[in-house]
Structures are given as structure tokens and as C-alpha cells.
Design a protein around this ligand. Structure first.
Ligand code: DGL
Length: 264
């Protein structure tokens, strides 16, 4: 193994959402060293402007550059939609944006005629999913539905509140009106809501893109001779409120200690 292989894979999101991706990648690649940055100070990303999102992502990329990352996982649909094209040629590490990476897989699923994307307002306004999916399959009808409050429900530990259940049901019903064959959870926070979602729709109807994403990341690292063979560390950082992050994360990834506070 070279020093390059031992370098970490770096993940980021606005908060705990990216851990849904992190957990899947760790399962497929347990020997990788990893770092994770949750930009909790700027959460929710889905309500931010393009220039704000580019500024946040650029600072995080610089931090990852300083940490010697061999690859960066944009475990956030919103930043993948808004910032990837602007930043992709600026850094030397490999960059994996979730939407652009998984859309080919989604577009090639069998018997898919109508699909609904539920995502943050910024992702929906960018139409990134419909643009990417239509590159691979022009015959799929794509309906896009914003879910403005779902991220905060997860981050503020309100998953089981009556109002949260009503909010999730209300958005889901807007998707169901289109009679979709599949519903894409187009924000990495949304798998935290699966226990509510499956009360109102069959679990098989939902696509959690992180499943495809993790497989593609593994494949690409393998193809480029970048896999590691001995795990040494994983490190978690947040830009505010480490306690909140640790509590909110528990459904997907149990942190052994509080994440380190870091302003990038
Ligand atoms: N989890 C992120 C996403 O996939 C960001 C959500 C947010 O902070 O609004 O879009």
C-alpha cells in the first residue's frame, strides 16, 4: 500500500444526513480511513443561495485538502446540484457528487415510467435530478416535489412528533398524486424518516440513492488503485453544536465520542 491509499476519504453534508451515505460506504469499505464534516452552522443548505453554497463547499474542500483527502464524497444532494460543476476542476482529489453519480443507475431501473423526486427546495429548483436522469433515459416522466421542513425535523429530533408525521404525510401525498413507480429520497436526511414514510407507502417504492452511491464510490476507488487495506482512524467534525449532532446521528451511525468543533 502506498501513502496515497492510506489517505482518508472525506465526506460532507449540512449535518447528519450524510451519515446515511457514510454508513453505507463504511460497510462496503471498512478498511478506509475517513473524515466527516457536518456544516451544522449553515444547516439547512436547502434554503441557501447558490453563492452561499459555493462558498461553504469551497471552504470545506480546502479543509479536506489540508487533511490530505484522496477523495471527497458530496454526501449532500443540494451541494451536488448547485456547486459541483463550479468546483469540480479546482481540486486534485477525486470528487463524488451524489446526484450525478446515481442518476444513471436510477434511469436504467426496469419498468420505470414515472418517478417522483422529493428533495430540498434548492435541489428541486435546480432540476438537477430531472436533467441528469433524462441524459440516460428520456422516456421517464420526472416529478419534483420540495419538502422544505423535513431536514429540520431530523436535525431537531422531532421525528416522532405528531406535527412532523402530518408534514411528512402531506408532502408524500403530493408525490402519490402522480402515481409514481418509484419515489427518490433526494436528500440524504430523508432516510431518517423511513419509519414514518413506510406507514403511508410501501417501503419498496422508495429509492435511497446512497445504496447506489456507495457501490459506485467503491468501484471508482478500486478502478483507480486507491483502496486502503488497513483501517487506522475515522474523525468527525462539525461547525456548531456537537452534542446535537451526536444525538441526531444515532439512528444511522453511533459516534463513539463527540465530534470536534471546527470552523472552516
Ligand atoms: N442533506 C442535504 C441534502 O441531501 C442537505 C439538506 C439541507 O441542509 O437542507 O440535500
Amino acid at each position: 500500500m502506498t501513502q496515497q491509499n492510506k489517505k482518508p476519504i472525506a465526506f460532507f453534508d449540512s449535518g447528519v444526513g450524510g451519515l446515511t451515505v457514510y454508513a453505507k460506504v463504511k460497510k462496503l469499505l471498512p478498511k478506509e480511513n475517513c473524515i466527516y464534516f457536518g456544516d451544522t452552522k449553515h444547516m439547512p443548505y436547502g434554503e441557501k443561495t447558490e453563492s452561499q453554497l459555493i462558498d461553504y463547499a469551497d471552504r470545506i474542500f480546502k479543509f479536506f485538502e489540508g487533511e490530505n483527502a484522496k477523495a471527497v464524497v458530496m454526501a449532500c444532494n443540494t451541494t451536488s446540484a448547485i456547486t459541483y460543476e463550479k468546483l469540480k476542476d479546482k481540486y486534485n482529489f477525486r470528487i463524488y457528487p451524489i446526484i450525478q453519480t446515481v442518476s444513471a443507475r436510477i434511469a436504467k431501473l426496469e419498468n420505470l415510467k414515472r418517478i417522483c423526486i422529493i428533495a430540498t427546495p434548492a435541489t428541486i429548483n435546480s432540476h438537477a435530478y430531472s436533467k441528469e436522469i433524462s441524459k440516460y433515459n428520456e422516456n421517464i416522466e420526472v416529478y419534483e416535489i420540495p419538502a422544505p421542513n423535513w431536514v429540520k425535523i431530523v436535525e431537531e429530533h422531532r421525528i416522532n412528533h405528531i406535527e412532523s408525521i402530518a408534514e411528512v404525510k402531506n408532502i408524500l401525498e403530493q408525490a402519490q398524486k402522480h402515481n409514481p413507480d418509484k419515489i427518490v429520497l433526494g436528500c440524504t436526511h430523508y432516510p431518517y424518516l423511513m419509519n414514518i414514510l413506510k406507514r403511508f407507502e410501501a417501503e419498496e417504492k422508495f429509492i435511497d440513492p446512497s445504496v447506489y452511491f456507495a457501490e459506485n464510490i467503491k468501484q471508482d476507488l478500486q478502478n483507480n488503485g486507491l483502496l486502503n487495506d488497513s483501517f487506522e482512524y475515522e474523525k468527525f467534525y462539525v461547525s456548531s453544536n456537537p452534542e446535537n449532532f451526536k444525538t441526531a446521528s444515532e439512528l444511522f451511525y453511533k459516534l463513539k465520542k463527540l465530534p470536534e468543533l471546527k470552523n472552516v
